[in-house]
Ligand binder design. Sequence first.
Ligand code: NAD
Length: 432
Amino acid sequence: MKIAVIGTGYVGLVTGTCLAETGNEVVCVDIDLKKVQKMQNEEVPIYEPHLDVLFERNIQGKRLRFTTSLDEGLSHGDIVFLALPTPEDEDGSADLKYILGVANEIGKLIKSYKVIVDKSTVPVGTSEKVREAIAKNAKCDFDVVSNPEFLREGFAVDDFLKPERIVVGSNSNRATRLMEKLYKPFVRSGNPVIIMDEKSAELTKYAANSFLAAKITFMNEIANFCELVGADVDKVRIGMGTDSRIGKRFLFPGIGYGGSCFPKDVKALHKSGKDSGYDFQILDSVIKVNQKQKTVLIPKIKNYFNNNLKGKKIGVWGLAFKPETDDIREAPALYIIYELLASGATITAFDPEAMENVERKLGNKISFAHGMYGALEDADALVICTEWGIFRNPNFNVMKELLRDNVIFDGRNLYDPQEMKEEGFHYESIGR
Ligand code: NAD
């Protein structure tokens, strides 16, 4: 099938590449000339495990190409995916200017029937707005379909190739049939393509993300409470999670959720509720608790240093909002770094993939180490912000040699507190 993907970020590039992998001919369009030139030179512009292999294979196979021309994409694709940003607007709602801007242009450019697929996360009613924006200028038939994306950064390729479910919101049989055909190779093992109306599809995505954000936030509150009453959140987590109604996943406490999705999606659903006269009290609490949780290590650090961080040198492990990505949007590490800098500390950080992105944002406000141990040289303490695999079993002897003081504040509960005590560390984590 002939596919166009508009927007080549984490979602668009993975979508385009994985659709090419099943034999479709895909043209990806992006407004960012530098990014497109990079991709035309066969360079993957983001870090996402396994993407590079598929990317190269499908470019070589001439099933995947890149352009800045929307017209070129639309002339090629019968199915046109919108994988555009929907960032948080000032009032917390999802900003639809990218989606509606492109929809306006699509109306002017299409010359034959197209299925326009909204893959971005958008509030209920956006499909209708997209349809209206296209219809203003369109001289041919088209359908608009809502097809929210559930991939996780760090597992995006796997999630796209083997989705647990695909949600398609459509009121057109013609468009639905095309979407089912396109996705058939991805659900051969029997996972469902769930067909529903557009509004329900749009809401499904927000409901799923908000539920997961609430689950994490609930555990963070339990962890905070554990510290007050002397319980161990690790034990509580296992005790709870073995109940199949609760499940083991998304119960790990830490320094709050971040990333490009949960924070903005929870706020957007909360705002949509408000606009419709519904007060989402749970979401209100989730937003507030998470904001606080991001800097929950700061009082612990300050307390250890008698409220005086001036001149203290802090090593930071992990900058990305989670492991296996270079994405630093709303990363808790950044909030912690801002607070530490404001208190007069200096920072040397290490992250396997996200340092370039942080350097672009923070410039020379912090230093970066070449390897994980480099961040510890003469540091008064280590703060762990992201649970990358390489941090899980470090050489504690090397760490003790490098650190000025054997102090670790762990926002991801990577180590056993008892073992750390035996190793001679002052070790503080979350909820234990
Ligand atoms: P992103 O910011 O990584 O990428 C968006 C891309 O769109 C950028 O490359 C940008 O240059 C391009 N773009 C902007 N305006 C354009 C235009 N007019 N024409 C062509 N290209 C344009 O965004 P993302 O993380 O891929 O997210 C896209 C959407 O998918 C959002 O709504 C997001 O909420 C949703 N989503 C994201 C994830 C995720 O894990 N990142 C998962 C599921 C859903």
